[in-house]
Ligand binder design. Structure first.
Ligand SMILES: C[S@@+](CC[C@H](N)C(=O)[O-])C[C@H]1O[C@@H](n2cnc3c(N)ncnc32)[C@H](O)[C@@H]1O
Length: 266
């Protein structure tokens, strides 16, 4: 798992974080996160932090961030971005190599927020997800927040794309039983479990977390692998972004590329 993400770390920001679709999708995540958290700050634990884009953003919002990821190479890029951003070394965010499966080994606790963006939790099978949920709950005080952005089990955009391409077997690929090998790039695939908001909530929340909200991320905005098509059609992408902001009711979350789901600890 670490190796696959190590291999893509050097170009992850170019192909996703700084790409036209990726930037717009993250803007939606930040929009909903800001709405949920308001002016609150405190201690944040970021899971599967990747190249640190959200860790830096949360820091700018006033959070003290411990950002973790299984991939050392992803975190190396994150460290470089922190240095380039001119954040003093003694300030957060701090980066630590840690697998989601080892969360219970993290000594620190009492975080006010646990945050996981763009599908890191899709790398866990249901049993591991349940364990991660229990570990997350342990790290939060009563009323503490958990916000996760998860790849959904059905994405209408993706189904339409595969239909147009005549790739009929792929239309419902996310609905496969168990893991599917999802491409990270043209050469690398990774075992991925797609979850509906309902199943994800049931598995992660356990007895300790209560679901508060579920929001669509990428209902009109296309999946990031369509970047090559949309990069040369900025007007079309801007229009889809407008639709995403103004004409996307919350109830369509199960049909979007990702959903953002918010829990609080009991
Ligand atoms: C699609 S990237 C998302 C990165 C980042 N959150 C973002 O928003 O750009 C998924 C991340 O999950 C990490 N990851 C995958 N499996 C993991 C695991 N078992 N434990 C911890 N991190 C994991 C990968 O290394 C990668 O950085």
């Amino acid at each position: 798992m670490a190796r696959e993400f190590d291999d893509v770390a050097v170009y992850y920001d170019n192909t996703f974080t700084h790409a036209a679709t990726g930037k717009r999708l993250r803007e939606r995540v930040w929009h909903f996160t800001t709405k949920i958290l308001g002016q609150q700050t405190g201690k944040a634990l970021e899971l599967n932090a990747g190249t640190g884009e959200d860790a830096l953003w949360l820091t700018q919002q006033g959070w003290q961030v411990l950002a973790t990821d299984i991939s050392r190479e992803m975190l190396l890029v994150a460290q470089q971005k922190k240095a380039a951003a001119g954040i003093p070394p003694e300030n957060s965010p701090f980066f630590q190599t840690l697998a989601l499966e080892e969360l219970d080994k993290l000594n620190e606790s009492n975080f006010d927020l646990v945050f996981s963006n763009f599908g890191g939790l899709n790398c866990l099978n249901p049993e591991a997800l349940q364990q991660a949920g229990a570990a997350i709950a342990q790290k939060l005080p009563s009323g503490g927040h958990c916000i996760a952005v998860v790849m959904s089990r059905f994405c209408w955009w993706e189904s339409l794309y595969f239909l147009i391409k005549g790739k009929f077997a792929a239309i419902l690929r996310r609905r496969a039983k168990g893991a599917i090998q999802a491409p990270l790039d043209t050469q690398t695939t990774i075992s991925t479990w797609y979850y509906s908001p309902q199943t994800f909530s049931k598995v992660l929340a356990g007895e300790q977390l209560v679901q508060r909200a579920c929001r669509p991320i990428g209902f009109w905005l296309p999946p990031s692998y369509l970047e090559p098509f949309f990069a040369s059609r900025p007007k079309a992408l801007a229009m889809l972004h407008w639709l995403e902001k103004h004409l996307t009711p919350n109830w369509v979350a199960p049909g979007a590329d990702h959903f953002l789901i918010h829990f609080t600890k009991k």
